[in-house]
Ligand binder design. Structure first.
Ligand SMILES: [Zn+2]
Length: 455
């Protein structure tokens, strides 16, 4: 049993070709002309994109005493509807907990819930004598990337010694170390000062995490990566100042991979004026000049990936019930709209080409996180994770239409051009005309390969 997608424009990082794609079982088995099979889909005029990979989501996560609005079921359904066929979520070690237990606990939450394929990074918060051997054991479980937080003093934050040791270990094991770059010590002081002055509104979330605290942490991270002679991967870069440090470091040979998110490309800090709680996330929204610099960073290839940092909380009852800005659960939804936002505001506004969209949302992500060429491309032998994007369509984004289980979207009223006519996950049609068309979760855990070094 198989099917053929006829006459679509196949987009890879190498170019665009019009051809038929023959799928059997879970794989692409031929690309060519006049291919036939049991079933045929006429997709002429549509783009065929490799299934999106969102390497930064937080589903079913407890933050500030409350749990995200999306669990692995609603989150992975929303991913598929938005053209993302694989997510990489975070397991995070609690203090005095082994990395393996942290992974097992996160796995429990996915139990029979994932509609798209999935994997995990591991957040290390408590470096100790067992950590190196535990990292090694996790590599054997397909967890080949680890995250360190330079922010969240007292809970997640690690010190520079741990950063250096993790980078050295990553180099030895073939693991990628990823970093949340904000200076948590300084933020802690600024937050306490603001609260003492009675500055409690959501805007102060942004004002107590200024651009310079990201720039400082990015700079330190890059220096430590240089010292350890290993790659650093910077998650959710939000500032022009940080980007400038990255460009300078790359020029002197420091190896760094960079992720940003749609919110840092398309939203700015004027959002904190009205219902600002919705935009309380870390790092916070920045200036339009930062948006512009990051968009240029996509175009010129300094930024490697666009993920979402999807971490959704309802405005009513979760976001808006906090007594001050420091108690608002951090995060915002995004997994469902990544592709359409980048297509509408990136490709159609000529910031990036559609091949770059594929690189940023799929191919680069697969290469960096050990999934390529199984995922991240449409090639003979690859998983048949294929998004059929019909460009002849225009609507607007609204929370009322979304699958993600949250009562708002930061992109309310944004234009959405192009429609995902179908999403295929490993050869199964899972989305038809923007609706999930399977009843049961079929997502598979992805064992990721060790980090091979850049792209
Ligand atoms: Zn995150």
């Amino acid at each position: 049993m198989g099917f053929v997608l006829q006459g679509g424009k196949i987009v890879t990082t190498l170019g665009i070709i019009t051809a038929d794609v023959l799928v059997e079982g879970e794989k692409v088995i031929a690309i060519g002309s006049n291919l036939t099979s049991d079933e045929a889909f006429d997709v002429s005029g549509c783009y065929l994109l490799p299934g999106g990979i969102d390497c930064h989501t937080h589903f079913d996560l407890e933050v500030a005493g409350t749990i995200t609005a999306d669990d692995f079921q609603s989150g992975t359904k929303a991913a598929l509807v938005g053209g993302t066929t694989t997510i990489i979520d975070y397991a995070t070690q609690k203090k005095r907990e082994s990395l393996k237990l942290a992974l097992d606990n996160q796995f429990q939450k996915t139990n029979n819930k994932c509609f798209c394929d999935f994997g995990f990074h591991m957040g290390i918060t408590d470096w100790n004598n067992n950590t190196v051997s535990e990292m090694k054991a996790l590599m054997a479980c397909g967890v080949t990337s680890f995250k360190l937080y330079m922010a969240y003093k007292g809970t997640l934050q690690v010190d520079d010694g741990v950063i250096y040791k993790a980078l050295k270990t990553g180099k030895d094991l073939g693991a990628l170390i990823t970093f949340h770059c904000e200076n948590g010590d300084v933020i802690d002081v600024l937050v306490n000062e603001a609260k003492l002055k009675g500055e409690l509104e959501p805007l102060y979330h942004a004002l107590t995490r200024p651009s310079l605290v990201e720039k400082e942490a990015v700079t330190r991270c890059l220096d430590l990566a240089e010292l350890a002679d290993h790659y650093a991967y910077i998650v959710h870069l939000s500032t022009e100042a940080g980007l400038d440090r990255i460009i300078a470091a790359k020029e002197r040979g420091v190896r760094v991979l960079v992720e940003t998110c749609p919110q840092y490309l398309l939203l700015d800090d004027s959002r904190y004026k009205t219902e600002g709680e919705k935009y309380v996330m870390s790092p916070p929204l920045r200036k339009q000049s930062d948006n512009k610099a990051l968009l240029a960073g996509l175009k010129n290839g300094i930024i490697d990936t666009v993920a979402t940092d999807h971490c959704s909380f309802n405005f009513a009852g979760q976001k808006n019930s906090a007594s001050d800005f420091s108690k608002i659960p951090n995060g915002a939804p995004g997994v469902e709209h990544r592709l359409s936002l980048l297509y509408t505001y990136g490709v159609l506004k000529h910031h990036i080409s559609i091949q770059q969209l594929v690189a940023l949302t799929s191919t680069n992500v697969a290469k960096i996180f050990g999934l390529y060429p199984k995922k991240g491309t449409i090639e003979v032998g690859s998983d048949a994770d294929i998004v059929v994007l019909d460009p002849n369509f225009k609507t607007t984004i609204s929370y009322q239409k979304q699958i993600q289980n949250v009562d708002y979207t930061p992109y309310e009223g944004f234009s959405k051009k192009g429609k995902i006519r179908y999403t295929f996950l490993r050869g199964t049609k899972v989305v038809d005309n923007e609706q999930i068309c399977i009843k049961h979760p079929t997502g598979k855990y992805q064992y990721r390969k060790p980090f091979k070094g850049g792209m």
